[in-house]
Design a protein around this ligand. Sequence first.
Ligand SMILES: [Zn+2]
Length: 311
Amino acid sequence: MANLTFYPIGTAGEKWGDAEKAAWLASTQIKRSYQDDVVTPLKAMQDELLALGLGIVQYGALSINAERYPLLAVKSLQFDSQKPTVLVTGGVHGYETSGVHGALAFLTNEALNYVQQVNLVIAVCVSPWGYETINRWNPKAIDPNRSFYVNSPAEESAALMALVASVEQGFDVHVDLHETTDSDESEFRPALSARDGTDYEEGTIPDGFYAVGDTENSIDAFQKAIIDGVSKVTHIAPADEKGEIIGSTVVQHGVINYPLKSLGLCSSVTGCIYNTTTEVYPDSPTATPAECNLAQVAAITSAIDFVLLQH
Ligand SMILES: [Zn+2]
């Protein structure tokens, strides 16, 4: 059913043009600091990371303010071709807070347990402007997580693709850290319908964690290992009465699949088979921010542990 209270920008049924996108950008506000929350803590960790054989690299910057938004990744200083290579991405959707802080928590608490066994590349906050303005889109009203394709219109996605391409030996594991929030229904899906001139159909937000695999190449045992690991930290989303989570068939407890590549999703960026998108639910009455971060960390460690057993 179409929602009659339409989004405040644009005309119902008409796609946004440049004026509407500019109005949307003007309506955004800085709500938190990428420098304070990400850059400063990361730099404070530099010596500990170096001791683990990890360095901080800048792989780009956002053109809206290059000084304010450097794109930072933590990378193994030496890559060992005998070891699996792991990519972790946080903050592809900048508003999904536990993705960013989960990646930082992994570096603080768990990286030391893995640096001998794997090569690491951790892009902590792919969309720092989205982090600061608590937005799903970038400043051009583009969703970076639908933009992982050649000649991407989203510079956040293009920069990450270049970082991935710079790793010659390729990747074996990719964990892309996300959240599904109540604001997806209250703000971001209505905004999407407004931007694209389509009817907004109300959906439901699942209470609990779920993981997204690849329709084209679903490794069920890998996704199950992640669900098992995360379920020790937080609850897993049940299927709804249709056997679905957000409109997709639940293929096993807590897991749905998407065609990653054709949707231009970040989890297709490496082309590796052991990839997952985590979806933490921070608005659950029982979930705390700390628990959400721990759920992200559990997803990362479970994914790596699974692949180390295969290797
Ligand atoms: Zn997301």
